[in-house]
Design a protein around this ligand. Structure first.
Ligand SMILES: Nc1ncnc2c1ncn2[C@@H]1O[C@H](COP(=O)(O)OP(=O)(O)OP(=O)(O)O)[C@@H](O)[C@H]1O
Ligand SMILES: [Mg+2]
Ligand SMILES: [Zn+2]
Length: 449
């Protein structure tokens, strides 16, 4: 038994908020002019109840992960592709989404696994041109130029692939809705159906989604809660290396990073992130500090830059790339009050080199160091790594994984590490590196001279 009825609603194209009438401003996300009318035919009924399953009989699918053949991709996925899982891969146009999924598809194909690839963005011929450049054999790779979800899933029923790729989720549509492909209702409904299909058939699926920097055209954002894993390409499109971050993962740690380099033959894994993030560093420049950061499960040394200059604006500017701007304002206010640094009439710019976004508190001390160094126009010692959380009283607080950070500094040839005094007891005994424990920013000001 199934019934069909048609409903009309206005839907915010940014966050999916629904309203029976048009609204100028969305109550959900507070964006202006995001409402569009979408009609949908709702087909209900037809399915029968599924019996509940005794807990011990539930299969642990994460035990049978599929090796994607790409180490950095396995890493962000938490160890490989979990059968039946839905993975959203988002990023700006041209950043490398199709390249990454094609390379993974090829690796599966080499293992004799079948991949069904929905090519909604490009023609099969265009994909072939890229595939030739990437050196794809594609023995078990099937391309479908079908953007109707129902027909694509029929094809999937026939081929019974080991992996589905939907490139992109904004180009598919389900016949059960009248709204156009790419509208938020379509994107959501298609994702929900793919999810049911994936779970039912135990076939994993990559959903490729476009996302712009400011999150406008935020179809993929609205999918985050539906899918199992969310991977985003981070950073700038024009830089050569590409960073993929697991923003959410039901089958592994969130925040894990995969780092690649874009080459003529496609994405290559980067073995040493620290080396990558320090290559273009100008060690003698004032305002440059190296932080011993932990991103995901991995330590990496990253350059933090600051530029402090006399302000020509009525309100001084505080800009930040890769470090939270509110956190920066807070640290600057702290420096003003606790360390007597006169920053009120100055513009302060902070930049994390390499397009990485650093969010752990351990980065604070390096930001403070870079700002102080630029303010005094005095470079920090080039062979020093810093880490530590800085509190509002100017106190330097202990952080996790100190020894891991120190070992990375050592491995990269650094001579000294500035760290929270409270981390010292655990860290002592690490050979060949000078450890400088500090308990307040005043200690740092004095040490930096
Ligand atoms: N011959 C080449 N050598 C090196 N890099 C290349 C070459 N051809 C293309 N690229 C890079 O690959 C990128 C395209 O990647 P890809 O098509 O995978 O991105 P995408 O995220 O799928 O983009 P879209 O949003 O357009 O689908 C381009 O930005 C370009 O920098
Ligand atoms: Mg693409
Ligand atoms: Zn909204």
């Amino acid at each position: 038994m199934s019934r069909t009825k048609t409903r009309f609603a206005f839907v915010c194209q940014s966050c999916g908020f629904r309203s029976p009438k048009w609204l100028g401003r969305c109550p959900g996300c507070e964006e202006w002019n995001t409402f569009a009318e979408e009609s949908e035919r709702v087909i209900s009924g037809g399915s029968s109840a599924r019996p509940a399953v005794p807990y011990p009989e539930i299969e642990d699918l994460s035990l049978s992960r599929i090796d994607s053949g790409i180490g950095e991709l396995n890493r962000v996925l938490g160890g490989g592709i979990v059968p039946g899982s839905i993975i959203l891969l988002g990023g700006e146009p041209g950043i490398g989404k199709s390249t990454l999924v094609l390379q993974a598809a090829e690796e599966l194909s080499r293992q004799g696994l079948q991949v069904l690839y929905l090519a909604g963005e490009e023609s099969a011929q265009q994909i072939k041109i890229r595939g030739d450049r990437l050196g794809l054999a594609g023995k078990h790779l099937f391309l479908a130029s079908e953007t109707c979800l129902e027909r694509f899933l029929e094809e999937a029923q026939k081929i019974r692939p080991n992996l589905l790729v939907i490139d992109s989720i904004q180009t598919v549509y389900t016949e059960s809705l009248d709204s156009i492909a790419g509208s938020i209702s379509q994107v959501r409904e298609c994702a929900a159906r793919l999810l049911r299909f994936a779970k039912g058939e135990r076939v994993p699926a990559f959903l490729v989604g476009h996302i712009t920097k400011d999150g406008a055209l935020a179809g993929p954002k609205a999918l985050e809660h539906i899918v199992d894993t969310v991977l985003y390409f981070e950073g700038e499109r024009h830089q050569n290396h590409k960073i993929v971050r697991a923003v959410k993962n039901r089958f592994g740690p969130a925040n894990e990073l995969g780092i690649f380099e874009m080459t003529g033959q496609g994405l290559k894994e980067v073995d040493s992130p620290s080396q990558l993030f320090l290559t273009e560093r100008a060690p003698q420049a004032p305002g440059s500090a190296v932080v011993g950061a932990i991103e995901g499960s991995r330590p990496m040394l990253v350059e933090v830059q600051a530029l402090v200059s006399q302000s020509n604006y009525i309100t001084a500017r505080r800009e930040s790339n890769g470090f939270d701007r509110n956190r920066l304002s807070l640290l600057l206010a702290m420096l003003e009050r606790r360390a007597g640094l006169h920053l009120l009439g100055t513009d302060v710019y902070v930049n994390v080199a390499g397009g990485l976004a650093l969010s752990e508190p351990a980065v604070d001390l390096a930001v403070v160091a870079a700002v102080v160094s630029s303010f005094r126009n005095q470079p920090l010692s080039a062979k020093t790594v810093l880490f530590g959380e800085v509190g509002l009283a100017g106190e330097i607080r202990a952080v996790s994984l100190a020894v891991t950070r120190i070992r990375e500094a050592l491995a990269m040839g650094f001579k000294s590490v500035v760290l929270p005094a409270n981390n010292l007891p655990l860290a002592e005994g690490v050979p060949k590196v000078e450890l400088v424990g500090m308990s307040s920013v005043l200690d740092f000001m004095e040490w930096a001279g």
